[in-house]
Design a protein around this ligand. Structure first.
Ligand code: G4P
Length: 527
């Protein structure tokens, strides 16, 4: 069967940003255009800005109920759009990085007032690892922000990517008049409105068109002409090939809350964003158009109902056709599984899915078979690449506070780390369990969930390590020598890979000098 019409139809992407730049607002407007929701405010904010565990758990519970928000599918202009949601809070950055392994492109939202922020840089690094195509939306143009040229310079420099503005702002903040669309030669006039869907668009042939003079002041037109001349000289026209290779990002300006510039962003996205392509597995490249089904798990969502231990594994389909009630091969466990109730996420609702195609994400009820990165096939032994673990920044030793619940603790920590809440390392002597995470909040969530879902009581003892590197060497003796001489810095991850834990850069540099044939990697994706 020729799958290409289904594949071409699909655009699977994530909207990413530093918290508060406007990711949730933009997602919501997209869903409004797609008819997936009727009113603004329908999307649950999953920001967990609150810093207490109970607030966070409250939010997680709400999300558990409306798990559909992890993937939001809708139809727009004959395309099937899948937006993969990413958590806003920086302590859950790793969850976001993993979700990025399952998308074909991203839209990056930048706040025009704040410019490039810490999380923006980290997210772009992940996109660059895979050459993911990026479109940039500069948001909050209704506020007094940075000068547009300065902003573009800042983005190019800090994110190391070439840019090409496809729209250009006229004024900003209080004087914001709208944007000129260089691509369609249109003037989009700004009118602050949180509920309106349509924009006032004036089609023009060139910048001397009388229609422009009807809407803009003489001085604005002059400024726009000057700006556009500069833009033309500096950035030229958009090169779609460079965009698809992840080397050049088209840029749009707008205001998500006012629904301004959103439709042109979405329309251009539909026109240029890639449909599912091939993906790298350890064994071979897997083409989306391959007739045999393959897919991998990139996220596991715990159902937080304590009476119901089921989890949902999110499977990204990479090739072929997925069908309900069909046996598929779990390549890590080397066993066949079939799924009676796979879920589809359309229009912000979950429903039973009979068939799904490359680019789609299906939710599989799981009672503990899956961990992140697991691959399903029709029988082939295959392992998809590209779901790396990142170096945690905080390390704590897990202590058992209730010896009668040792088994529960073991099971709990095993499952939670398989879900990707944090990373587990084992250190000798004594098989001590070290938990590494990006933020403090993750430890609180683990303690809370161990107690409420597994009935175990745990405490965490802060350790001095701040960095970890996965270490490899072609010189086995040197690696063994390092493991022996630096035993207090050595731990093993769940796959048994050797990890070097360090208090600071100095300790790592010293080890590099002493063991020159050992390579240090900051992500686990080093093969
Ligand atoms: P996030 O998901 O990236 O964290 O950001 P989110 O969409 O939640 O937006 C963060 C804040 O920025 C929200 O305000 C939102 O209303 C505001 N915002 C989004 N787009 C625009 C814009 O174009 N212009 C302006 N001026 N503000 C914008 P909040 O006060 O935190 O929340 P709320 O009470 O408005 O929901």
């Amino acid at each position: 069967m020729d799958l290409s019409p289904e594949i071409e139809k699909r655009k699977t992407f994530a909207i990413i940003s530093h918290p508060d730049a406007g990711k949730t607002t933009l997602t919501e407007k997209f869903l409004l255009f797609g008819g997936a929701i009727n009113t603004a405010g329908a999307i649950k904010r999953n920001k967990a800005n609150q810093n207490t565990t109970s607030d966070f758990m409250e939010i997680e519970k709400q999300r558990g109920i409306s798990v559909a928000t992890s993937v939001m599918g809708f139809e727009y202009r004959g395309k099937r759009i899948n937006i993969l949601d990413t958590p806003g809070h920086k302590d859950f950055a790793e969850d976001t990085y993993r979700t990025l392994s399952a998308v074909d492109s991203v839209i990056l939202v930048v706040d025009s007032v704040k410019g490039v922020e810490e999380q923006t840089e980290k997210l772009m690094q992940v996109c660059r690892m895979r050459n993911t195509p990026v479109i940039i939306f500069i948001n909050k143009m209704d506020r007094e922000g940075k000068d547009a040229f300065d902003l573009l310079d800042e983005i190019e420099n800090k994110l190391s990517i070439s840019l090409c503005p496809l729209s250009w702002p006229i004024g900003q903040g209080y004087t914001f008049k709208g944007v000129y669309n260089r691509y369609h030669k249109e003037l989009n006039l700004f009118e602050a409105s949180k509920t309106k869907v349509a924009e006032s668009i004036v089609k023009v042939n060139n910048l001397d068109d009388e229609a422009i003079a009807e809407h803009l002041k003489e001085s604005d037109i002059k400024q726009l002409k000057n700006d556009l001349e500069l833009v033309e000289g500096i950035y030229g026209d958009v090169d779609k090939e460079l965009y698809l290779e992840g080397l050049l990002a088209p840029v749009f300006f707008g205001s998500a809350i006012n629904n301004f510039g959103v439709r042109e962003l979405l329309d251009t996205f539909i026109d240029i964003a890639p449909s599912p392509k091939s993906r790298e597995a350890e064994e071979r490249d897997v083409k989306a158009s391959d007739s045999k089904f393959t897919g991998f798990v990139f996220k596991i969502h715990a159902n937080l109902d304590p009476n119901h231990r089921d989890r949902i594994a999110f499977l990204r389909i990479c090739s072929g056709k997925f069908e309900r009630n069909t046996f598929y091969y779990h390549t890590r466990l080397k066993k066949k599984l079939k799924f009676a109730n796979p879920m589809d996420f359309m229009a912000n609702e979950k429903s039973l899915v009979e068939t799904a195609y490359p680019g789609d994400v299906v939710g599989l009820y799981d009672s503990g078979n899956f961990k992140i990165g697991d691959t399903l096939t029709e029988g082939e032994q295959l392992q998809f690449k590209g779901i790396p673990s990142f170096s945690p920044e905080i390390f704590k030793e897990l202590e058992n506070r209730d010896p009668f619940k040792t088994k529960q603790l073991e099971k709990g920590i095993q499952q939670l780390t398989e879900e990707g809440v944090a990373q587990l390392f084992i250190q000798q002597p004594g098989n001590r369990k070290l938990v590494g995470a990006v933020g403090e909040l993750q430890f609180e969530v683990i303690s809370f969930r161990l107690e409420h879902e597994y009935g175990a009581k745990a405490a965490f003892r802060m350790l001095n390590y701040r960095k970890s590197s996965w270490v490899t060497s072609t010189n086995k003796n040197q690696l063994t020598d390092m493991e022996r001489r630096r035993a207090s810095n050595i731990a093993y991850d769940k796959e048994g890979n050797t990890v070097f834990l360090a208090e600071n850069d100095w300790v790592i540099n010293l080890a590099k000098q002493d063991f020159p044939e050992v390579s240090f990697h900051t992500t686990s994706e080093f093969k």
